[in-house]
Write a new protein. Structure first.
Length: 626
């Protein structure tokens, strides 16, 4: 049998780490990337029922067990992702809280009509992005057999198409914005068992999809930040952990679109994109190496062998424990893959992991290590045991043999997946959805979905969007973050303050102040600084926002704001000594209504002190007395 040596420099040279490549390097590999940005809407109710949105719980009142099965599309096809998920044979348990779920979400009752306030929010954000809003909203079903949605499908609808956002002097095309139901929260995924909480299920969510217009990892992160800032500038979206998530699509010349799923932090994006570009580069080089050796899809046949009895006395603890439990062991030879399984594809990740991931996800053999390789270079089986395995599979020493163990059915699935992945390696890069990992690498999650998973929903009629409704929404649009930035800079606000205020809720109050009859006389740098001053109430509650609204009214009435900075070029009043300030503070506190909250109490006290003493100090005094 032929012996092969790896000669391709892409496979033998050290991996370039993130930060070592220039823009020209990414251009050389043909990197292109797009985004799918998901953001929960700030709604009271869920999208297609009347359950409350935004209520999370760690306890539950009931459990439901389900198994998922694929269904035919309108064209009579099965979606590849659905078929793959079906092979996993998952038992899925849903933890239900009476307060946050109903029979609709279990597909035991028809949907209500779409929540109109959530729909208006999606239209509003679509208009902010310059998208063309559709004339009619058509609800579709999108199959999900990964267990995240109990019905096996998600209701979704396109709201706007063909818009753009600016990014560093260029335009990033927005392909579409959709409104859809959020999925369940995963609690556990172990073996064939999955557990989800259904409290998040059905909450209104928008998905913004860009064209693959980004050409460097940093550009992808910057575009995502622009979309995040625009969403937040509307005041119509939820914020906080889990409220926003993004999927990143990556490909290089000769590669294919890979979707990195569920990226929770924008800061992760550059490293993830860089490492996926390296992975595709390595996989293409492996394909070329295999083709040069004459290895094709057809030449890879199933020569797997049951080696359970052969290894019955092994000293390798992971395998011996499995055998003690009555599990079976299979050996899969991969002739022609000599020297390739140890090739780095990502930092701290070799090509072998592509096989391990398939076994973990599809066969549900997820306790690592879940397979062994005869050429991995680490101590596993003894040399004599490997010789027996090589002899049983009919290969020479040096030809890789993979060993996998588990129950008989899972091992059969695992050996089939190993062969599928080996055949895919001779063609190039399989279309996959991959999971983002905390170290900046990614792992296999499922086959990339196709068009067959989408089909019209017959439970809900189309909804016509009248011109009156659209005009009303259009008339209420606020400035985008980039429009705000331009206005602030035209007002002479310095770059630091302008960048910070352009994405802050208090920009609306800045504009109200500067648009007052005498607003042009204000020192706009001081106004911006005042609004961002830590000594002033932050807009984290209605009470704090009302404080600012009252302050704007005071200025309109000829009074001055009381946060230590003046709006004009006049000299501020003399600052108070602490003893004098404390005396005035005590007097103000004595006059407070006990029913007032801390934030509501802040305003009369600050007004009394006239902005001549540290607001942070005053707030600490208030906390002592409240």
């Amino acid at each position: 049998m032929a012996k092969y040596a790896v000669t391709n420099p892409v496979l033998t040279d050290p991996l370039p780490i993130y930060g070592s490549w220039t823009e020209e390097d990414y251009k050389d590999v043909g990197l292109i990337s797009g985004l799918e940005v998901h953001q929960q809407l700030l709604s009271v109710r869920k999208l297609f029922c009347r359950c409350p949105a935004g209520i999370y719980s760690k306890v539950h009142d009931a459990e439901i067990l389900r198994h998922m099965r694929p269904t035919l599309s309108e064209m009579g096809d099965y979606d590849g992702t659905a078929l793959m998920e079906f092979k996993t044979r998952k038992e899925i348990t849903y933890l239900l809280k009476n307060e946050t779920v109903c029979t609709y979400e279990m597909d035991d009752a028809p949907p209500f009509e779409i929540d109109e306030l959530a729909l208006d929010s999606a239209i509003y954000i679509s208009m902010m992005m310059g998208l063309q809003v559709v004339d009619e909203v058509h609800i579709a079903r999108k199959q999900y057999l990964d267990g995240s949605i109990p019905t096996g499908f998600q209701r979704t609808a396109i709201i706007g198409v063909t818009g753009s956002i600016p990014l560093n002097g260029k335009s990033i095309a927005i392909r579409q914005l959709s409104i859809e139901e959020d999925s369940c929260r995963e609690v556990q995924d172990q073996g064939h068992d999955m557990i989800f909480r259904a409290d998040r299920l059905g909450m209104p969510l928008i998905e913004t999809v860009t064209d693959p217009d980004m050409k460097t990892p940093d550009e992808v992160a910057s575009a995502c930040e622009v979309i995040r800032q625009l969403n937040r500038a509307t005041g119509l979206v939820r914020t906080g952990c889990g409220a926003g998530r993004q999927d990143v699509n990556v490909s290089i010349t000769g590669g294919t679109r890979i979707e990195i799923k569920g990226v929770s932090s924008i800061k992760q994006i550059p490293v993830l994109v860089h490492n996926e570009a390296l992975r595709q580069r390595a996989l293409l080089a492996i394909r070329d190496e295999l083709q040069g050796r004459g290895i094709t899809e057809e030449s890879i046949v199933d020569n797997s062998v049951d080696v359970t009895e052969l290894l019955s006395g092994t000293g390798y603890k992971f395998l011996s424990k499995a055998l003690d439990k009555g599990m079976v062991v299979s050996a899969v030879p991969l002739s022609g893959f000599e020297g390739l399984l140890v090739v780095p594809t990502q930092p701290r990740t070799a090509f072998l992991k592509e096989f391990s991931d398939r076994v973990r996800v599809v066969a549900c053999i997820d306790r690592l290590p879940n397979l062994l390789s005869s050429t991995e270079g680490i101590e596993t089986l003894s040399s004599s045991e490997w010789e027996k395995v090589e002899k049983a599979t009919g290969v020479n020493h040096g030809t890789p043999v993979l060993i996998v163990w588990g129950n008989k059915r899972d091992v059969k699935t695992a050996t089939a997946e190993i062969l599928i992945r080996a055949r895919e390696a001779t063609v190039g890069i399989p279309e996959e959805t991959r999971q983002s990992l905390v170290d900046g690498t990614n792992g296999f999650e499922r086959i990339l979905p196709g068009a067959s998973r989408m089909y019209p929903d017959t439970d809900l009629p189309p909804e016509v969007l009248t011109s009156e409704r659209l005009d009303k929404i259009r008339s209420s649009l606020v400035l985008t973050p980039w429009q705000r930035l331009e206005l602030l800079k035209n007002d002479g606000v310095n770059d630091d303050l302008a960048n910070r205020l352009s994405i802050n809720q208090l920009f609306i109050l800045y504009k109200e102040l500067r648009d007052l009859p005498d607003g042009k006389n204000f020192n706009h740098n001081q106004l911006a600084s005042l609004l961002l001053d830590r000594d002033c109430p932050r807009p984290k509650s209605m009470a704090a926002l009302q404080w600012w609204r009252d302050a704007v009214k005071d200025v309109a009435d000829g009074k001055n704001l009381a946060c230590g900075i003046w709006l004009s070029d006049n000299e501020p009043l003399a600052q108070l000594e602490e003893a004098e300030a404390k005396e005035l503070f005590n007097k103000a506190v004595a006059e407070l209504d006990d029913s007032l909250s801390l934030q509501a109490a802040m305003r009369p006290v600050m007004e009394n002190l006239r902005g001549r003493f540290s607001g942070a100090k005053i707030q600490s005094w208030l906390q002592e007395v409240k």
